[in-house]
Write a protein that binds this ligand. Structure first.
Ligand code: HEC
Length: 131
């Protein structure tokens, strides 16, 4: 009986832990700080898409630090014609994780999903040849 309880607790712990692992730290912060209300990786919402931000600054260590600073203290002059982003009074480590997500992880996820869509398109094409 005791073993069963231990097993049960371990399973719960494992499930909770693996759920957490599915998302990078940066992606969790992206939702926690509600960046998602104004940003999406692939398209403009209120603010620019992460894809265009990543194309502008690149993915170097320097770029990550620059973007982390811009998250804490935005500079609207960088995006003329757009609304103003509010400053975020957050810890530097969080800003760095967010910048990594904006410049690298979110864009990588986009590419992965695009590949999946392409496979699906091929499948449709093959299918239409038989009808
Ligand atoms: C209320 C809407 C809003 C929210 C919330 C918001 N942003 Fe923005 N963001 C914008 C707008 C508008 C711009 C473009 C103009 C500017 O930089 O002020 C922008 C620009 C940016 C840029 C480009 C900065 C530059 O100068 O090139 C980054 C990076 C960014 N946002 C990340 C984030 C992150 C990360 C969060 C969450 C912590 C977040 N944003 C939350 C609206 C928002």
């Amino acid at each position: 009986m005791k073993n069963l309880v231990v097993f049960f607790c371990l399973s719960i712990f494992f499930i909770a832990f693996s759920e957490e692992e599915k998302y990078s730290k940066g992606e969790q912060l992206f939702h926690k700080y509600n960046c998602s209300s104004c940003h999406a990786p692939d398209r403009r919402v209120v603010g620019p898409s992460f894809l265009e931000i990543s194309k502008r600054y690149g993915t170097s260590k320097k770029a990550i630090e620059k973007v982390a600073k811009l998250i804490i203290k935005p500079n609207p002059a960088n995006w003329p014609g757009m609304a103003y982003m509010p400053p975020f009074d957050i810890p530097w480590e969080d800003a760095i994780e967010l910048a990594k997500y904006v410049l690298i992880d979110s864009v990588k996820n986009l590419k992965k999903n695009q590949k999946k869509e392409n496979i699906y398109d091929e499948y449709i094409d093959l299918d239409s040849q038989f009808h």
